[in-house]
Design a protein around this ligand. Sequence first.
Ligand SMILES: [Zn+2]
Length: 241
Amino acid sequence: MQATPEQLKTLNKLQEADREALLAQHELDALPQKGEIERNKKRLAKVTEDASKVEEMYQSAKHSLQLLQDEDQQLADRQDSSKDRVDNAQGDFRSVTSLTRDLEGIAKRRETLEFEMGKANDRLAEISKVRQQAMDAKQQLEDRQQKLQATYDEQSSKLKQQYDEQKAIVDKLEPEVPADLLKVYHRAYRHCGGVAISYLVDGNHCSACRSAIPENRLIEIKRQAPISVCPSCHRLLIVDE
Ligand SMILES: [Zn+2]
């Protein structure tokens, strides 16, 4: 293939920029935070689910305690008013008997309530502990997620910038390479892991795949100088003579 020294230089620069862009892309794909962020996200989802279950238990335990306390308060009020009525019954035997019976019933129920409130309090305290642990675990994972994301954002934006810069160079250089040469270059670039250009070295070797080129092919390759194609790896083979 024909190419002026200037076009060869441009092709080399193009290869360099394409390679740099590809490396930035690979580095971007390989950033370790990406996987960690995903794993952390899954853990966070699980912990959040657990925390919301604990929160439900906590609210229900709180409600149960509140019901007991409300009932106890009502009974305490009734106790007060019954005592007042006993004081004001002025010897009305029947009323006093009935009120006294009522007061006994209330006292008995309040005794039971006190026991139940104690149990409910203990249960609430227990759940509170678990609730705090769940909230702490959630907070920890959220902090970690934020940190991972920040590091990833910083590193990835740098790599994206590198990629964009190199791609801009590629866009600028490509029009300067003859179309048929560019086509072969692109094909080799795609098929050869981002290294499309090799050199004829040590007289008869491809610098990229290191294979020795047979004598009869070598004559043809030299005839096509300055650019041919490696018969082995199909990269653009630059023959510097
Ligand atoms: Zn080769």
